[in-house]
Design a protein around this ligand. Structure first.
Ligand code: IPD
Ligand code: CA
Length: 273
């Protein structure tokens, strides 16, 4: 299955984990020194800090040193076309608003992906990935076929099938138009579920599904770096992933994660079907 990848997915996961931990330590140190907003992106509340940029530079140089033939796609602008089958999809700080406010729910997300036209909306599929939260010291990692781990111990999704008692994570985009739509979806769901959580990091939301801390998660409008590692960690922990409908791969416009039956019901409620 991995004949086009020159290294075992497990080896790629080890590399992702090492770089995620190293970068996580960097962003935590930079945060302790103080943080300022460097610029805003899609809207005034979609921000980037100097730490996001410095962290992306560290990730890219570490990946280039270890695997010079691979491509790299990063949230803060990296777009290196490689010559190997692997493209790394990285988010230097997922949960940037939490990072700015000092809320300990942000993470470094690093995934090794290969081309797969049908797997996800971006036409790629992660074969290995790691997500590290430097504030909790939690390292989530997975490689294809190897299960998911939290700090080295196997984790699994909750398997909850009933929406009424399900705890469902979600997130909101950065533009007013997008949020108005998302508010309608959340208002349909809220009366029908145990509760909802807006933790503020899509990568950690997917890892929380993997660890059974959330029964399901959905979001509209994610970018590949938000979900690349997290979807593999969720899937390897037993969660199903769905897109807007059965012929649309998960990612953009929609991603649903959780028990296979539960996410179908969740999708119908959220989309108003
Ligand atoms: C955001 C977070 C958030 C999600 C947004 C993402 P960022 O990423 O993952 O939880 O709701 O859709 O854009 O901006 O913190 O890297
Ligand atoms: Ca992100």
């Amino acid at each position: 299955m991995h004949h086009d990848v020159d290294a075992a997915p497990r080896t790629l996961a080890r590399l992702a984990a090492d770089i995620a931990v190293q970068t996580g330590e960097l962003i935590a140190t930079l945060r302790d020194r103080g943080v300022t907003v460097a610029a805003s992106k899609s809207s005034a509340v979609d921000i980037v800090t100097e730490a996001d940029r410095e962290a992306e530079r560290l990730i890219v140089s570490a990946l280039r040193a270890a695997r010079p033939a691979d491509g790299v796609l990063g949230e803060e602008g990296t777009g290196i076309a490689g010559t190997s089958a692997v493209t790394w999809v990285v988010d230097p700080i997922d949960g940037t608003v939490n990072y700015l406010y000092g809320i300990p729910a942000f993470a470094v997300s690093i995934a090794a992906t290969v081309r797969d036209a049908h797997a996800f909306a971006d036409g790629r599929r992660a074969v290995a990935g790691a997500v590290f939260n430097p504030r909790t010291g939690e390292l989530f990692e997975a490689w294809e076929g190897g299960g998911s781990r939290l700090n080295g111990s196997p984790i699994s999704a909750s398997g909850k099938t009933e929406l009424a008692t399900a705890l469902v994570g979600t997130g909101f985009g950065y533009t007013a138009e997008r949020r108005a739509e998302q508010a309608e979806m959340a208002s349909r769901l809220l009366p029908l579920a145990r509760d909802i959580r807006r933790i503020g990091s899509a990568a950690l939301d997917l890892c929380n599904v993997a660890a059974g801390r959330l029964d399901a998660y959905y979001e509209m409008g994610l970018n590949p770096w938000d979900y690349a590692a997290g979807v593999l960690i969720a899937r390897e922990a037993g969660a199903a992933l769905l897109g807007r409908d059965d012929s649309t791969p998960p990612g953009e416009p929609f991603l649903f994660a959780g028990d296979a039956g539960l996410v179908r019901e969740l999708r119908a409620v959220v989309l108003g079907g």
